[in-house]
Design a protein. Structure first.
Ligand code: PA5
Length: 462
């Protein structure tokens, strides 16, 4: 199982000013944590609670459908193109980057076992879109458009561009190159898919975008590129069982949620850095940043009182960011808690040859890159601790579907528990909706005229 090491947040290690007396904190919060875990598990099947993501590990039907569809289209496409943004893209990117062979899209078809390349278009940069469309043959591409609401301007614009091109290039056959993942019954994409006859998958009710990676939102792209979805889902399920434990001493999601909450509210550490020591886990940080930020950054608590809470998540990558951010983390304001992610066993071992004798670099020869990245991770951890900077470490035995399923699901539960500790609604995103609405207004969507006038007046005043 995934391991959490929280030794370096203890006051006995980093001192009373910055550290926590966790033994007594765990005891003080034991009942509240127990109530939170029982409450989340008892509400998860009820409508409007937005907790259906806790059931995704048990959704055998979806697993079956995505595998069946992937088998059906096998060998038909050279590329998968995922259109989506935010929660509709980040989980897919995180897991594909972690589990596919590095530089997957650069490998030959033979090296990929004839499985398709995969591209995520998660932005609306004109140069990027034009560049991508110049680079791939759309007629040999399966386009998976993903949007729960079916109206997000970025995703629907991408889709309109790609659909138009496909139709021009393929005539009526273009429909075979589109699969839509969206709400079961509502939204424009659902309507269009029905009218046009696209194959569709469902974003389940009461599952928000940032908690949707283990629904068809993530599982379909994973199956299409040959990832073992059963292994991923097994990891989710086993972690879910482990996290049903209501004893804080046995529940790592509860422990890490409480540690982060106390660090923010008692010790002023309101910046939360996620730093994996593995390039394959780089996008796990992007996914985590969205999960933590959108879930916990809230203006009001559940009683409607203005609280403006939320720790700010930051992504970092070891060892790369030792040469950019660590100076600040060691010596700058002591306002952060760092979460390291470590990998017990890398898939590859790369030796550093003994080709230079110079004293300053000769010592590297004969070691492995694995030794080096692990030494750097240890060094950063010890240095931060010396500077009395709190840090925790999550360790995966290796990088696999099973361990990734565990890691991402654990972070989802950690976020849900943290939200309860802050007393806020973890599952809404009024700040995101407001930005979406302003965009609709500025782009001339009917019904948003008043808002458009008010925004234009504000812009003119600036
Ligand atoms: O987590 C969320 O709810 C958001 O980030 C959404 O995923 C994002 O805004 C995209 O929304 P949609 O899937 O409706 O296009």
């Amino acid at each position: 199982m995934l391991q959490l090491d929280y030794r370096n947040v203890l006051n006995s290690v980093i001192g009373d000013e910055h550290g926590l007396e966790l033994h007594s904190e765990f005891a003080a919060y034991a009942d509240q944590i127990k109530r939170i875990i029982i409450d989340l598990n008892s509400r998860k099947d009820k409508p409007e609670q937005w907790l259906q993501w806790m059931n995704l590990g048990y959704n055998e039907e979806t697993v079956w459908y995505v595998k069946e569809y992937a088998a059906m289209v096998k060998n038909r496409f050279e590329n998968i193109l995922v259109l989506g943004i935010g929660g509709s893209a980040l989980g897919g990117m995180a897991i594909c980057e972690a589990l596919l062979k590095p530089y997957w899209n650069m490998l030959s078809a033979e090296q990929r076992n004839n499985l398709p390349r995969i591209f995520f278009l998660d932005n609306i940069d004109p140069d990027q879109i034009a560049g991508l469309l110049d680079s791939i043959d759309l007629t040999k591409t399966l386009v998976n458009v993903i949007t729960k609401s079916g109206s997000t301007a970025e995703t629907m614009s991408q889709f309109m561009i790609v659909k138009d091109r496909l139709e021009k290039e393929m005539g009526d056959n273009y429909r075979q190159n589109i699969v839509a993942t969206t709400d079961r019954s509502t939204g424009f994409l659902r309507q269009i898919a029905g009218e046009e006859g696209y194959k569709t998958f469902v974003v389940p009710d009461d599952v928000g975008g940032r908690f949707s990676v283990f629904s068809a939102v993530g599982l379909l792209p994973f199956a299409l590129v040959g990832l073992d979805v059963d292994d991923i889902v097994q990891g989710v399920k086993d972690m879910d069982l482990a996290l049903k434990n209501t004893d804080i001493n046995e529940n790592i999601a509860a422990q890490n949620a409480l540690i982060h909450y106390l660090m923010d509210t008692k010790k002023g550490k309101n910046l939360s850095v996620m730093m994996p020591y593995s390039s394959r886990l780089k996008y796990v940080s992007d996914w985590y940043v969205q999960l933590w930020a959108e879930s916990l950054g809230k203006e009001f608590n559940k009683n409607g009182e203005r609280v403006n809470v939320g720790p700010t998540p930051i992504k970092a990558l070891g060892a790369t960011d030792q040469h950019s951010q660590i100076q600040l983390y060691n010596e700058g304001p002591n306002d952060k808690i760092v979460t390291f992610i470590r990998v017990g066993q890398f898939d590859s071992t790369v030796e550093i040859p003994r080709i230079f004798e110079y004293t300053g670099i000769g010592y590297l020869g004969g070691k492995t890159i694995n030794d080096l990245i692990n030494a750097e991770a240890d060094a950063t951890k010890v240095a931060l601790t010396d500077y009395q900077r709190p840090n925790v470490t999550l360790t995966l035995s290796n990088i696999s579907g099973y361990t990734l399923g565990q890691l991402l699901y654990m972070l989802e539960v950690q976020t849900a528990i943290a939200g309860e500790l802050y007393g806020i609604n973890t599952f809404n995103q009024p700040g995101v909706e407001q930005a979406k609405n302003y965009t609709y207004a500025l782009m001339g969507r009917a019904g948003y005229e008043e808002s458009a006038n008010s925004i234009k007046a504000k812009m003119a005043a600036v």
